[in-house]
Design a protein around this ligand. Structure first.
Ligand code: GRF
Length: 215
């Protein structure tokens, strides 16, 4: 079967991109990364793509007069590379309704909290300030509202007494790298479809509970 042609949008270090590239390096993985597109020239993610011999493009938002022409350029570049499905991986620009709707149910994101809690750019800081005992990460289809949309996969980790933002972020990131390829695989295999704006999973689910503190 033909592999799903995926474009990944990045802005920074690209560790989630790396997890997707590594998964897709296996010919049996049902998706291939055909384009890595950055809005930040020189982003380390671009080097990761080059290393994996994946095509790259830079579309610097600063070179455009407003969001619409910037997003039109993104859209056209994705189409030019035959991209069928888009993954946001640390892409730090908000996308307008126009772009999000053009890629409806063909656009997913990873966020470092258990959505719908702790949306926004400072999830770990907000988690620590709230004093919650568990955090985690979420892969979700993208809707126009920020960090909103049908949830595909989540992983939970404990928040530990000595955590600061970077320790918590590292623990969550490890799980991000597990669930992003997992979510993309399920989608590419047609096992995570949106029905009534929720994801219907055709996959085994994890059982048991993660409890913090230990009983
Ligand atoms: C990750 O924490 C991701 O959840 C968030 O931005 C960060 C990107 O990290 N959306 P990386 O560029 O994938 O290393």
């Amino acid at each position: 079967m033909a592999r799903l042609r995926v474009g990944v949008l990045v802005s920074g270090r690209g560790s989630n991109l790396q997890a997707l590239l590594d998964a897709a390096a296996d010919a049996a993985f049902p998706a291939e990364i055909v384009l890595v597109l950055s809005n930040v020239p020189g982003a380390f993610a671009l080097e990761r793509a080059a290393q994996a011999r994946v095509a790259t493009a830079v579309i610097d938002h600063k070179a455009y007069d407003g969001r619409q022409p910037f997003e039109q350029a993104l859209h056209q570049t994705l189409l030019d590379h035959g991209v069928e499905f888009v993954c946001l991986a640390g892409f730090m620009r908000l996308l307008t309704d126009g772009f999000v709707n053009q890629w409806h149910d063909r656009l997913i994101n990873i966020h470092p909290s258990l959505l719908p809690a702790f949306r926004g750019a400072h999830a770990h800081r907000d988690v620590l300030a709230a004093g919650v005992r568990l955090s985690g990460c979420t892969v979700h289809y993208v809707r126009p509202a920020m960090d909103d949309g049908p949830i595909i996969a989540q992983a939970a980790v404990p928040v530990l007494p000595d955590d600061d933002e970077s320790r918590l972020a590292a623990r969550v990131l490890e799980q991000e790298h597990r669930i992003y390829p997992l979510a993309l695989r399920l989608i590419a295999e047609g096992r995570a479809n949106v029905v009534d704006d929720r994801v219907r999973l055709d996959a085994p689910v994890a059982e048991g509970a993660l409890i913090n503190p230990r009983p």
